[in-house]
Design a protein around this ligand. Structure first.
Ligand code: DGL
Length: 277
C-alpha cells in the first residue's frame, strides 16, 4: 500500500509578472496548506513578443536555481506565453519534477459556445504559436475562431494591480477585435489566454459591446495541480491556511512598494531577495 504524505507540498508558481497571481489565488483556495513560492520574472517582463528561443532559455535560467535549491512538488507555469513553448524542454531538463502549464482554454469555450463564434485573447506570442493553432484545429473545428493578439493588455494589467489608473479607451481598443458579428451570429465566448487578463475582468465586462462568457482556465489549473499532488502520494490536505508565509520573488529584486507591498502581504506572501538571475 502506498503511504500517504501528510506534510505540506511545495508549489512553485511562475509567471513573467503578476498575472500568475490569478492562478495563485485559485491554487490557494483549493490547496490552502501548501507552501508557495511565487516567482515573477519582472526583470524582463513582458514575454509577449519575446522570440521563442530567447524565452525558452530565459525560463530555464530563472527556474534552475530555484528548483535546484529546493525541489518543488509541483511547478505551475502560470503563463500562457511561456507554457505554449517551454513545457517539453522543462520536463526534459527536470524529469523528476511535475509541471502544470497554463494553455488557452479553447476546448471548453468551443464546447460551450452556442453561436459557434469564439475568440482567444492572448499575447502576440501565444496567438502565433503552433500549440495554439493545434488546439483550435483539434477542438474548435466547428467554430469560427478569432485569435486576438494584444500588445498592451498585460502591461495595463500590471499598472492596474500596482494601483495605477487606466483609460477605458485603451482597454476598449484592445478587446474590440474579439467581438465579431456576422450573418446574424456573434461571438459568445472569449478565452482569457493570458493570466494577466482576469485582473481586468471587471473592466472587460463593463466595456464589452455585448455580454459574453469570459473563460478563465485558472480553476482547472488548480485542480490539475491537486491531481498531481494526490498522485504523488499527498493526503487530502486540511483546509486551514498554512501558518507559514509563502515567498514572493521578483527577478529584478526590486522591493515592492505602493499597492503591491500591501497586496502581497494580504495574500500571505513575503518578499524575499534572491541571487541575481
Ligand atoms: N501572463 C502571461 C501569459 O499568460 C504573459 C504576459 C507577458 O509577459 O506578456 O501569457
Amino acid at each position: 500500500m502506498k503511504s500517504l504524505k501528510t506534510d505540506a507540498p511545495d508549489i512553485l508558481v511562475f509567471d513573467s509578472g503578476l498575472g500568475g497571481l490569478t492562478v495563485f489565488r485559485e491554487l490557494v483556495s483549493l490547496l490552502p496548506r501548501a507552501r508557495y513560492r511565487y516567482v515573477a520574472d519582472d526583470a524582463v517582463f513582458p514575454y509577449g513578443e519575446m522570440p521563442a528561443r530567447v524565452l525558452i532559455a530565459r525560463v530555464a535560467k530563472v527556474l534552475a536555481p530555484l528548483v535546484d535549491a529546493r525541489a518543488p512538488d509541483v511547478v505551475v507555469i502560470a503563463c500562457n506565453t511561456a507554457s505554449t513553448l517551454v513545457l517539453p524542454p522543462l520536463r526534459a531538463a527536470w524529469p523528476g519534477i511535475r509541471f502544470v502549464g497554463t494553455v488557452p482554454a479553447v476546448k471548453p469555450a468551443a464546447e460551450r459556445s452556442r453561436s459557434r463564434m469564439i475568440s482567444v485573447l492572448a499575447t502576440p506570442g501565444t496567438v502565433a504559436r503552433d500549440y495554439t493553432r493545434d488546439l483550435v484545429e483539434a477542438f474548435a473545428g466547428h467554430c469560427e475562431v478569432s485569435l486576438v493578439g494584444s500588445r498592451r493588455l498585460a502591461t495595463l494589467a500590471e499598472v492596474f494591480l500596482r494601483g495605477g489608473m487606466l483609460e477605458d479607451a485603451d482597454i476598449t481598443r484592445e478587446i474590440a477585435p474579439c467581438f465579431v458579428e456576422r450573418g446574424g451570429r456573434r461571438t459568445d465566448h472569449i478565452v482569457l489566454a493570458c493570466t494577466h487578463y482576469p485582473l481586468l475582468l471587471e473592466a472587460f465586462r463593463r466595456l464589452a459591446p455585448w455580454e459574453v462568457e469570459w473563460v478563465d482556465p485558472a480553476p482547472a489549473i488548480a485542480r490539475q495541480a491537486e491531481r498531481l499532488l494526490i498522485d504523488k502520494g499527498f493526503a487530502a490536505l486540511p483546509d486551514a491556511r498554512s501558518i507559514d508565509n509563502g515567498q514572493f520573488i521578483l527577478t529584478s529584486n526590486r522591493t515592492p512598494d505602493g499597492r503591491l507591498k500591501f497586496l502581497i502581504r494580504a495574500i500571505n506572501l513575503e518578499f524575499v531577495k534572491i541571487d541575481t538571475i
